[in-house]
Write a protein that binds this ligand. Sequence first.
Ligand code: ADP
Ligand code: MG
Length: 376
Amino acid sequence: MVDVRFENVRKLYGRKVAIDDISFTCKEGEFYSILGPTGAGKSTILKMIAGIEPVTSGKIYFDDQVVNNWPPHERDVSMAFESYNLYSHFNVYDNIAFPLRAPKWKLNLTKEEENKKVTEIADFLGIGKLLDRKPQNLSGGQKQRVSLARALVRKPKVYLLDEPIAHLDAKLKFSTQTLLREFAVNYGSTIIYVTHDYREALALSDRMMVLRKGKIDQIGTPDDIYHNPQVDYVGMLVGEPPMNMVDGILVSRNDKTFFKSGDLFEFELSEDSAIKAQKHAKNEDNNLSVRLGIRSEYIKVSDQKISDNSFQLPVYAVAHEAESTVVTFELDNSFLHSRISRGKGYDSCRSSEKVWLEFDQENIYFFEKNVEISKA
Ligand code: ADP
Ligand code: MG
């Protein structure tokens, strides 16, 4: 296994910038996820590592060797494609065995050795009974697991997995995710894992990158990404409901700093919060304008005034879930969601009722405005 390092890598398709000067290192043996929306450039990164797309500029290293000019077969990577790429005239067994037989890897396995490897990975992924079938007789989820088995059957320097479980139903997704984690721990090599599902990235990764429009928003552990988002987009990408974003202004009165948004929404910032807020505030129309972020579980809702820092808003909607209730408020250009764990707040409120809200100031964030927020 190797470290994979990007140094100022750019990739253009014609005049379209797909990857815009990114640098990162995925360490040897690491489970490293690339999380981002469709079109972010995730697959392009994997294809450049595999050597099936050339880089436009910059360098890709495996350990301390620049691999830019290495052909794919010299890079010794193994890739699973979202689109499966199965050989339709081969059965499942032969599809999975394919990389073991490829002359370029010079494995020269006996039939028994090959059979052991194929059945082991197929059983591991729960497709051991499908080995005689042709791809056209498989469901999408089965094809996806065959594609994954084919990628995992051989131990390369780096595994490149491109949305390998995106097409599984929720239950299989969860169990396969668990298997992947187990695979990484037991058979581990460097794994670079692409997904647009933040849950997968948080659950699987040692570290992860958030990629948007060919640029890196943040790199960190799942814990960093969830609890310490550096960019508004990262907060909004991760979590259910996503992190609330409220655009407002900072107002000073009697040596105190208040955060104000619209007519109803105003509360005093703690000293720490005020310092953080000022750091990200921008002068806009003679106001200090800033974006506040808070996760839904850190907004308290009550039918009574909670503290001097609480304020009142009318309830827009209420949704009861198994373990909690989500109460939604309407703001000028967004919605605000509060998640109340069962029995931990005023979860019996109704639409249009005026209730008291309080923000947990230990858990609020401030951002520069990077992305548009909307009610959609
Ligand atoms: P992701 O995998 O994150 O969805 P991709 O890496 O597939 O993103 O694509 C990144 C951007 O590059 C997109 O805007 C996409 O349309 C463009 N792109 C990808 N492949 C090609 C190609 N072969 N030719 C032209 N544009 C491409
Ligand atoms: Mg892709």
